[in-house]
Design a protein around this ligand. Structure first.
Ligand code: 3HC
Length: 301
């Protein structure tokens, strides 16, 4: 079914090669999804060879798991492996029709990536962003072709969660939106067209919850108590396990965007700030007071 407000699907341009910029948590999941659903060549890049190899390693390992579960056949594994290539050069995106970025969640970084890509790709190539909260309109503003930029916001784990927020910036044209929605359909995602507002729709709710709960824990409520108190809501994961899944740095960035837009309705947790400032990889690491931010009990839930 066509999402409400969607342009005519015949405006969509064909997508025969896909680029993924970034090879981190979301980017490598995206590369796998595009390979499996579109079955076209996928190029993945990052700042250095090591990160690219890690992203490709993730895709290979996930393909092996799918093979072990008999979800895919050996010839598919070989085909998908052959369709995937890695690079550190944006020039290798030259013949892509659709490039999605999932790099560091900062406007200046994302703008730089798009400006660099624009030097290499055709004017019709869609530039999509997997941003969690940043303005798609601002991201496109200084480009030569802002009409080809669109938000394509996936949810973690990408392979499992069916929702995809598609965000039109003020300059996004119908051809770009139709192409992106065509891609969403091929990916078998439920696309919803949402406004370009801080954190769009889903994270505006999710981060409101996360922000309030992390603040309650900062104020002294033990994590187990907070998680147990929220259990009757029937959430698929306890809030702190979800925070780990999303990643503390991403959660903090989205909270900061919302805090800037809406003030104290989105409080910023001091513990979360400290954790990210200390470059700790996850909420299981220690708080400045030396306590685990998420206990083993919560982790096991
Ligand atoms: N990657 C790939 N597949 C995964 C996975 C992962 N990280 N986690 C789980 N799966 C798969 C499992 O392999 C399993 O597949 P199978 O049926 O083929 O064996 C399937 O998902 C179900 O897994 P389980 O039975 O182990 O687990 P659950 O039934 O508990 O479901 C869950 C797992 C779907 C992750 C569920 O806990 C859930 O929905 N959690 C909430 C996730 C959520 O809210 N995500 C949104 C985060 S917000 C976001 O990403 C936006 C960003 O901008 C911040």
């Amino acid at each position: 079914k066509k999402p409400a407000g969607a342009p005519e699907s015949w405006l969509a341009r064909p997508v025969t090669k896909v680029g993924v910029v970034g090879a981190g948590l979301m980017a490598s999941q995206l590369a796998l999804l595009f390979l499996r659903r579109l079955e076209v060549p996928v190029v993945i890049s990052d700042l250095d060879e090591e990160r690219v190899a890690k992203g490709i390693g993730y895709v290979h390992a996930e393909l092996d798991k799918l093979l072990a579960k008999k979800r895919i056949k050996p010839d598919q594994v070989n085909r998908y492996r052959a369709l995937l290539s890695g690079t550190t050069e944006h020039a290798d995106y030259a013949d892509c029709d659709f490039v999605i970025e999932a790099v560091f969640e900062e406007l200046a970084v994302k703008k730089e990536v798009f400006a660099s890509l624009e030097k290499h790709v055709s004017p019709e190539c869609v530039l999509a962003t997997n941003t969690s909260s940043l303005s798609v309109t601002q991201m496109a503003a200084d480009l030569e072709h802002p009409e080809r930029v669109i938000g394509f916001h996936f949810f973690n784990p990408v392979a499992v969660l069916p929702l995809l927020e598609v965000i039109r910036g003020t300059a996004t044209d119908d051809e770009t939106a139709a192409t992106a929605l065509g891609v969403a359909k091929s990916l078998k995602k439920n696309a919803v067209l949402v406004q370009d507002a801080p954190a769009f729709v889903v994270n505006r709710l999710l981060i409101r919850t996360t922000a309030v709960i992390t603040k309650a824990v900062d104020d002294g409520t033990p994590i187990e108590v907070a998680d147990a108190a929220l259990r009757p809501l029937g959430l698929p994961m306890p809030p702190f396990v979800l925070l780990q899944l999303v990643g503390p740095a991403v959660a903090l960035h989205v909270t900061e965007t919302l805090h800037a837009a809406f003030g104290d309705r989105y409080p910023v947790s001091a513990n979360l700030e400290a954790l990210v400032a200390a470059k700790k990889p996850g909420v299981y690491d220690l708080t400045p007071e030396g306590k685990p931010y998420v206990s083993d009990e919560t982790r096991a839930l």
